[in-house]
Design a protein around this ligand. Structure first.
Ligand code: CA
Length: 368
């Protein structure tokens, strides 16, 4: 019976979609009476990024996005990409796009937690979703609508635009065998992860990307996290740190964002809006895939050519970090209504998708 009902529903859906095609066709036929799209208006937009100029994957991806938009729009839209500091300081990108000084930016929503704590939930949270799962929440689980709602308060429109995948826990100069080993540890680790380290008795040190190497070399910090094997190799951390720990419990699948000034976006013809939306989708897919491909290549290089001691945190260490993470997140949502709303949606989706993962991803990984 159930199969029959399903088939019946499926055929209704098929009829429905062919009706949709028909109605679209008839609308097309009438389009001469609809609003005219001005096809000769040219746009020159600026995209400011939080990354160094041409930074692998992230800056590189923004350059590619500009090319795609130019080609898809037949040259009607040109985007000039600027590295952090070239036009505005990296961490002022949000403000620059929000105010309309420039039209677009690329970064990560958790950089803007100071503007509204809820924004950090749109990037990643400790022990949160992986790249595939957070995309699913964004595109098909209500995440993007919530993100749009939260960014609209700042005159911005967000688009998911890349994901680093599960990061590494970082580089350490002492072994971490128990949660107590974090006591007194000075580590460069930003955001919620830094707050978790503090609960574990450590000190979270904020250093700009350019200062991390020297700080670790001189012992100003005992440990640092960065991204994953590809970018970490380029930073040369293997020359000055003893152990490389996994997994990146604090950033399991951080999503990067393309943020566009809402007034500028709303002023575009619908086809150009769709071009930007489509280019952002492509950037999201490309950057995520590129991270995965390069991290795999550079991990082998670190192990086989550089002799790096790669280790994994014990289950006890991870359980301790998880407990502290829960406490940190509860403190954030207790003090902020917007955060509580976003977190509720994220947690509902996480719970459901994890039930499914028990039977899909986890069983599959354990079988290979
Ligand atoms: Ca990181």
């Amino acid at each position: 019976m159930k199969r029959k009902e399903f088939l019946k529903k499926a055929s209704i859906a098929a009829v429905g979609s062919s009706l949709l095609v028909q109605s679209c066709k008839s609308e097309d036929a009438d389009s001469s009476t609809g609003p005219a799209i001005i096809t000769n208006k040219k746009y020159k937009w600026k995209l400011v990024t939080t990354w160094p100029p041409n930074f692998p994957v992230l800056g590189e991806g923004c350059n590619m996005l500009a090319e795609w938009v130019k080609t898809m729009s037949g040259g009607r839209m040109e985007i000039n990409v600027y590295g952090g500091g070239e036009l505005v300081p990296a961490l002022e990108s949000f403000e620059a796009v929000s105010s309309g000084a420039v039209e677009m930016g690329h970064g990560a929503a958790y950089y803007w937690a100071g503007k509204s704590p809820a924004l950090q939930f749109f990037t990643t949270i400790p022990f949160g979703l992986n790249a595939q799962q957070i995309d699913s929440w964004m595109y098909c689980g209500g995440g993007l609508e919530l993100w749009e709602e939260n960014y609209a308060r700042f005159g911005l429109v967000p688009f998911p635009a890349g994901n680093t995948g599960v990061q590494m826990a970082g580089w350490f100069n002492k072994e971490i065998n128990s949660i107590d080993d974090f006591k007194g540890l000075k580590m460069r680790i930003p955001g919620l992860g830094g707050k978790v380290l503090k609960k574990a008795g450590g000190t979270a040190v904020l250093s700009a990307g350019s200062e991390i190497y020297t700080n670790l070399e001189r012992g100003v910090i005992d440990a640092t996290e960065w991204i994953g094997p590809y970018h970490d190799y380029k930073m040369g951390f293997h020359n000055i740190a003893k152990y490389y720990y996994a997994p990146g419990w604090h950033e399991p699948g951080p999503i990067l964002d393309l943020f566009v000034n809402k007034r500028a976006f709303d002023g575009l013809a619908p086809d150009l809006q769709e071009i930007i939306r489509t280019a952002a989708y492509r950037l999201n897919a490309w950057a995520t895939s590129e991270f995965e491909a390069k991290n795999n290549f550079y991990l082998s290089k670190l192990i086989n050519e550089e002799g790096v001691d790669v280790r994994r945190f014990s289950d006890d260490v991870l359980a301790g970090l998880k407990q502290y993470s829960q406490e940190v997140i509860e403190e954030v949502i207790a003090g902020d209504e917007a955060s509580a709303k976003v977190y509720e949606s994220l947690m509902k989706f996480s719970k459901e998708i994890r039930n499914w993962s028990e039977y899909s991803e986890k069983l599959y990984y354990n079988s290979i």
